[in-house]
Write a protein that binds this ligand. Structure first.
Ligand code: B12
Length: 214
Protein backbone atom coordinates (compact mmCIF):
# COMPACT_ATOMS: atom_id res chain seq x y z
CA UNK A 1 0.00 0.00 0.00
CA UNK A 2 1.07 3.59 -0.68
CA UNK A 3 0.33 4.61 2.93
CA UNK A 4 3.31 6.24 4.64
CA UNK A 5 5.46 5.93 1.51
CA UNK A 6 6.88 9.42 1.72
CA UNK A 7 9.52 8.74 -0.95
CA UNK A 8 6.83 8.01 -3.52
CA UNK A 9 4.92 11.15 -2.49
CA UNK A 10 8.07 13.23 -2.91
CA UNK A 11 8.80 11.62 -6.29
CA UNK A 12 5.23 12.34 -7.42
CA UNK A 13 5.44 15.97 -6.18
CA UNK A 14 8.70 16.40 -8.11
CA UNK A 15 6.99 15.27 -11.33
CA UNK A 16 4.15 17.73 -10.68
CA UNK A 17 6.56 20.59 -9.94
CA UNK A 18 8.40 19.87 -13.21
CA UNK A 19 5.02 19.76 -14.97
CA UNK A 20 5.98 16.26 -16.13
CA UNK A 21 2.52 14.85 -16.77
CA UNK A 22 3.76 11.59 -18.31
CA UNK A 23 6.11 10.95 -15.39
CA UNK A 24 3.28 11.61 -12.91
CA UNK A 25 0.98 9.30 -14.86
CA UNK A 26 3.61 6.55 -14.81
CA UNK A 27 3.83 6.70 -10.99
CA UNK A 28 0.04 6.44 -10.76
CA UNK A 29 -0.07 3.55 -13.22
CA UNK A 30 2.55 1.64 -11.21
CA UNK A 31 0.67 2.33 -7.96
CA UNK A 32 -2.54 0.93 -9.40
CA UNK A 33 -1.11 -2.59 -9.20
CA UNK A 34 -1.28 -2.64 -5.38
CA UNK A 35 -3.76 0.11 -4.50
CA UNK A 36 -7.39 1.00 -5.04
CA UNK A 37 -8.09 4.33 -6.80
CA UNK A 38 -9.16 5.84 -3.47
CA UNK A 39 -5.94 4.73 -1.77
CA UNK A 40 -4.01 6.46 -4.56
CA UNK A 41 -6.01 9.67 -4.08
CA UNK A 42 -5.64 9.74 -0.29
CA UNK A 43 -2.13 8.30 -0.09
CA UNK A 44 -0.45 9.98 -3.06
CA UNK A 45 -2.38 12.82 -4.73
CA UNK A 46 -3.58 14.68 -1.59
CA UNK A 47 -0.24 14.48 0.31
CA UNK A 48 1.71 15.50 -2.83
CA UNK A 49 -0.45 18.59 -3.34
CA UNK A 50 -0.14 19.41 0.36
CA UNK A 51 3.65 19.13 0.09
CA UNK A 52 3.54 21.49 -2.89
CA UNK A 53 1.23 23.83 -0.95
CA UNK A 54 3.74 23.94 1.91
CA UNK A 55 6.48 24.81 -0.58
CA UNK A 56 4.32 27.68 -1.83
CA UNK A 57 3.78 28.96 1.75
CA UNK A 58 7.55 28.79 2.34
CA UNK A 59 8.26 30.61 -0.91
CA UNK A 60 10.10 27.75 -2.65
CA UNK A 61 7.29 26.97 -5.10
CA UNK A 62 5.58 29.38 -7.53
CA UNK A 63 1.77 29.68 -7.66
CA UNK A 64 1.97 28.65 -11.33
CA UNK A 65 3.52 25.35 -10.23
CA UNK A 66 0.77 24.82 -7.64
CA UNK A 67 -1.76 25.52 -10.36
CA UNK A 68 -0.21 23.27 -13.01
CA UNK A 69 0.37 20.50 -10.47
CA UNK A 70 -3.27 20.51 -9.47
CA UNK A 71 -4.41 20.63 -13.12
CA UNK A 72 -2.30 17.54 -13.89
CA UNK A 73 -3.83 15.80 -10.85
CA UNK A 74 -7.35 16.74 -12.00
CA UNK A 75 -6.69 15.12 -15.39
CA UNK A 76 -5.13 12.00 -13.92
CA UNK A 77 -7.79 11.53 -11.23
CA UNK A 78 -10.42 11.81 -13.94
CA UNK A 79 -8.73 8.95 -15.79
CA UNK A 80 -8.38 6.48 -12.94
CA UNK A 81 -11.29 7.07 -10.53
CA UNK A 82 -14.16 4.83 -11.68
CA UNK A 83 -17.02 7.03 -12.92
CA UNK A 84 -19.89 5.04 -11.55
CA UNK A 85 -21.10 1.95 -9.80
CA UNK A 86 -23.67 -0.36 -11.38
CA UNK A 87 -25.76 -0.34 -8.21
CA UNK A 88 -26.73 3.30 -7.81
CA UNK A 89 -28.69 4.43 -4.79
CA UNK A 90 -30.68 7.61 -5.33
CA UNK A 91 -31.59 7.92 -1.64
CA UNK A 92 -31.47 10.48 -0.16
CA UNK A 93 -31.69 13.32 -2.69
CA UNK A 94 -28.17 14.73 -2.64
CA UNK A 95 -26.07 17.46 -4.22
CA UNK A 96 -22.46 18.56 -3.98
CA UNK A 97 -21.16 22.10 -4.39
CA UNK A 98 -18.00 24.17 -4.29
CA UNK A 99 -19.01 27.13 -2.13
CA UNK A 100 -17.64 30.41 -3.46
CA UNK A 101 -14.18 28.91 -3.96
CA UNK A 102 -11.97 27.95 -6.92
CA UNK A 103 -10.27 24.86 -5.44
CA UNK A 104 -12.18 22.31 -7.48
CA UNK A 105 -10.17 19.12 -7.10
CA UNK A 106 -11.48 17.99 -3.69
CA UNK A 107 -15.11 18.31 -4.79
CA UNK A 108 -14.40 16.43 -7.99
CA UNK A 109 -12.83 13.56 -6.02
CA UNK A 110 -15.62 13.41 -3.44
CA UNK A 111 -18.22 13.44 -6.25
CA UNK A 112 -16.47 10.62 -8.13
CA UNK A 113 -15.96 8.60 -4.93
CA UNK A 114 -19.62 8.83 -3.93
CA UNK A 115 -20.75 7.82 -7.40
CA UNK A 116 -18.26 4.97 -7.44
CA UNK A 117 -19.65 3.92 -4.04
CA UNK A 118 -23.15 3.64 -5.47
CA UNK A 119 -24.69 7.04 -4.72
CA UNK A 120 -26.40 9.28 -7.25
CA UNK A 121 -26.00 12.99 -6.63
CA UNK A 122 -26.22 16.27 -8.48
CA UNK A 123 -23.10 18.30 -9.13
CA UNK A 124 -23.95 21.98 -8.63
CA UNK A 125 -20.47 23.18 -9.62
CA UNK A 126 -19.49 26.46 -7.96
CA UNK A 127 -22.19 28.60 -6.34
CA UNK A 128 -22.50 31.43 -3.85
CA UNK A 129 -24.30 30.80 -0.55
CA UNK A 130 -27.47 32.49 -1.82
CA UNK A 131 -27.51 30.54 -5.08
CA UNK A 132 -26.93 27.29 -3.19
CA UNK A 133 -29.86 27.81 -0.81
CA UNK A 134 -32.13 28.54 -3.78
CA UNK A 135 -31.07 25.38 -5.64
CA UNK A 136 -31.36 23.17 -2.55
CA UNK A 137 -34.90 24.41 -1.88
CA UNK A 138 -35.96 24.18 -5.56
CA UNK A 139 -34.66 20.60 -5.86
CA UNK A 140 -35.84 19.46 -2.37
CA UNK A 141 -32.31 18.27 -1.60
CA UNK A 142 -32.07 16.26 1.65
CA UNK A 143 -28.29 16.13 2.00
CA UNK A 144 -25.93 18.78 0.62
CA UNK A 145 -22.17 18.23 0.53
CA UNK A 146 -20.17 21.45 0.64
CA UNK A 147 -16.50 21.68 -0.29
CA UNK A 148 -14.42 24.72 0.63
CA UNK A 149 -10.66 25.18 0.73
CA UNK A 150 -10.50 28.78 1.90
CA UNK A 151 -11.53 29.85 5.39
CA UNK A 152 -13.52 32.77 3.98
CA UNK A 153 -15.65 30.28 2.04
CA UNK A 154 -15.93 27.83 4.93
CA UNK A 155 -17.42 30.55 7.14
CA UNK A 156 -20.19 31.09 4.57
CA UNK A 157 -21.62 27.69 5.50
CA UNK A 158 -23.08 29.57 8.47
CA UNK A 159 -25.16 31.71 6.07
CA UNK A 160 -26.27 28.62 4.16
CA UNK A 161 -27.46 27.02 7.40
CA UNK A 162 -29.27 30.15 8.60
CA UNK A 163 -31.00 30.75 5.25
CA UNK A 164 -32.00 27.10 4.88
CA UNK A 165 -33.58 27.12 8.34
CA UNK A 166 -35.33 30.41 7.55
CA UNK A 167 -36.77 28.77 4.42
CA UNK A 168 -38.08 25.90 6.56
CA UNK A 169 -35.61 23.40 5.07
CA UNK A 170 -34.37 20.39 7.06
CA UNK A 171 -31.50 19.70 4.64
CA UNK A 172 -28.48 18.08 6.27
CA UNK A 173 -25.14 19.74 5.59
CA UNK A 174 -21.91 17.75 5.21
CA UNK A 175 -18.72 19.81 4.92
CA UNK A 176 -15.12 19.08 3.98
CA UNK A 177 -11.91 20.69 2.77
CA UNK A 178 -8.74 22.22 4.19
CA UNK A 179 -10.25 24.69 6.74
CA UNK A 180 -12.20 21.87 8.37
CA UNK A 181 -9.12 19.68 8.53
CA UNK A 182 -7.02 22.51 9.99
CA UNK A 183 -9.64 23.27 12.69
CA UNK A 184 -11.50 20.14 13.82
CA UNK A 185 -14.21 22.16 15.62
CA UNK A 186 -15.04 24.46 12.71
CA UNK A 187 -17.76 22.24 11.21
CA UNK A 188 -19.78 22.55 14.40
CA UNK A 189 -19.21 26.30 14.62
CA UNK A 190 -20.64 26.86 11.13
CA UNK A 191 -23.67 24.67 11.89
CA UNK A 192 -22.86 21.64 9.71
CA UNK A 193 -24.30 18.23 10.59
CA UNK A 194 -21.30 16.15 9.55
CA UNK A 195 -17.71 16.67 8.47
CA UNK A 196 -15.44 14.44 6.39
CA UNK A 197 -11.66 14.81 6.30
CA UNK A 198 -11.25 12.62 3.22
CA UNK A 199 -13.32 11.42 0.28
CA UNK A 200 -13.63 8.06 2.06
CA UNK A 201 -15.09 9.82 5.08
CA UNK A 202 -17.60 11.54 2.80
CA UNK A 203 -19.18 8.13 2.21
CA UNK A 204 -19.42 7.48 5.98
CA UNK A 205 -20.84 10.97 6.54
CA UNK A 206 -23.55 10.33 3.94
CA UNK A 207 -24.40 7.00 5.60
CA UNK A 208 -24.66 8.78 8.98
CA UNK A 209 -26.92 11.50 7.63
CA UNK A 210 -29.12 8.92 5.90
CA UNK A 211 -29.77 7.51 9.37
CA UNK A 212 -30.85 10.98 10.46
CA UNK A 213 -32.92 11.68 7.33
CA UNK A 214 -34.80 8.36 7.32
C1 B12 B 1 -3.87 23.38 -5.43
C2 B12 B 1 -4.14 24.65 -4.64
C3 B12 B 1 -4.54 25.77 -5.38
C4 B12 B 1 -4.83 25.74 -6.88
C5 B12 B 1 -6.27 25.22 -7.09
C6 B12 B 1 -6.49 24.57 -8.44
C7 B12 B 1 -7.79 23.76 -8.52
N1 B12 B 1 -8.31 23.68 -9.71
O1 B12 B 1 -8.32 23.24 -7.56
C8 B12 B 1 -4.68 27.26 -7.25
C9 B12 B 1 -3.26 27.54 -7.66
C10 B12 B 1 -5.63 27.78 -8.34
C11 B12 B 1 -4.94 27.91 -5.89
C12 B12 B 1 -5.33 29.23 -5.78
C13 B12 B 1 -5.48 29.87 -4.55
N2 B12 B 1 -5.22 29.38 -3.32
CO1 B12 B 1 -4.86 27.52 -3.02
N3 B12 B 1 -4.22 25.78 -2.49
C14 B12 B 1 -3.99 24.71 -3.21
C15 B12 B 1 -3.43 23.60 -2.26
C16 B12 B 1 -1.91 23.60 -2.38
C17 B12 B 1 -3.92 22.18 -2.51
C18 B12 B 1 -5.45 22.06 -2.64
C19 B12 B 1 -5.78 20.74 -3.30
O2 B12 B 1 -6.18 20.70 -4.47
N4 B12 B 1 -5.58 19.63 -2.57
C20 B12 B 1 -5.85 18.28 -3.06
C21 B12 B 1 -7.34 17.99 -2.86
C22 B12 B 1 -7.69 16.63 -3.43
O3 B12 B 1 -7.53 17.95 -1.46
P1 B12 B 1 -8.75 18.69 -0.76
O4 B12 B 1 -9.33 19.72 -1.63
O5 B12 B 1 -8.37 19.03 0.63
O6 B12 B 1 -9.86 17.53 -0.73
C23 B12 B 1 -9.77 16.37 0.06
C24 B12 B 1 -10.36 16.54 1.46
O7 B12 B 1 -10.24 17.84 1.99
C25 B12 B 1 -11.77 16.07 1.30
N5 B12 B 1 -12.81 17.04 0.90
C26 B12 B 1 -12.74 18.12 0.09
N6 B12 B 1 -13.94 18.65 -0.07
C27 B12 B 1 -14.82 17.93 0.63
C28 B12 B 1 -16.19 18.05 0.81
C29 B12 B 1 -16.86 17.13 1.62
C30 B12 B 1 -18.33 17.28 1.82
C31 B12 B 1 -16.13 16.09 2.28
C32 B12 B 1 -16.83 15.16 3.18
C33 B12 B 1 -14.75 15.96 2.09
C34 B12 B 1 -14.11 16.87 1.26
O8 B12 B 1 -11.69 15.07 0.31
C35 B12 B 1 -10.68 15.38 -0.65
C36 B12 B 1 -10.00 14.10 -1.05
O9 B12 B 1 -9.43 13.45 0.07
C37 B12 B 1 -3.95 24.11 -0.87
C38 B12 B 1 -3.13 23.64 0.35
C39 B12 B 1 -3.88 22.63 1.22
N7 B12 B 1 -3.22 22.23 2.29
O10 B12 B 1 -5.01 22.24 0.99
C40 B12 B 1 -3.93 25.63 -1.07
C41 B12 B 1 -4.88 26.51 -0.26
C42 B12 B 1 -6.26 25.88 -0.15
N8 B12 B 1 -4.96 27.79 -1.10
C43 B12 B 1 -4.98 28.83 -0.41
C44 B12 B 1 -5.06 30.14 -0.98
C45 B12 B 1 -4.92 31.28 0.01
C46 B12 B 1 -5.22 30.35 -2.36
C47 B12 B 1 -5.34 31.69 -3.09
C48 B12 B 1 -6.19 32.76 -2.42
C49 B12 B 1 -3.93 32.18 -3.36
C50 B12 B 1 -3.77 33.55 -3.95
N9 B12 B 1 -3.18 34.39 -3.16
O11 B12 B 1 -4.16 33.77 -5.08
C51 B12 B 1 -5.95 31.28 -4.46
C52 B12 B 1 -7.49 31.39 -4.37
C53 B12 B 1 -8.29 30.84 -5.49
C54 B12 B 1 -9.76 31.08 -5.22
N10 B12 B 1 -10.26 32.26 -5.51
O12 B12 B 1 -10.45 30.20 -4.73
C55 B12 B 1 -4.94 28.57 1.09
C56 B12 B 1 -6.26 28.82 1.83
C57 B12 B 1 -5.97 29.40 3.22
C58 B12 B 1 -7.17 29.93 3.94
N11 B12 B 1 -7.03 29.99 5.24
O13 B12 B 1 -8.19 30.28 3.43
C59 B12 B 1 -4.38 27.09 1.13
C60 B12 B 1 -4.87 26.26 2.33
C61 B12 B 1 -2.84 27.21 1.15
C62 B12 B 1 -2.34 27.88 2.44
N12 B12 B 1 -2.01 27.13 3.47
O14 B12 B 1 -2.22 29.08 2.48
N13 B12 B 1 -4.73 27.07 -4.90
Amino acid sequence: MIHSNSELVTAFSAKLLNMDRLGAEEIINNSQKNNTPLQIVEGLVVPALEEIGKGWEEGTVALAQVYMGSRICEELVDLFLPPSSSERSSQPRMAIVLLDDYHALGKMIVYATLRASGYELQDYGRLTAKELVQRVCDDSIEVVLISTLMLRSALQVKDVKTWLLAAGSQTKIIVGGAPFRFDPQLWKEVGADEMGATAGEAVTAVENSMGVVA
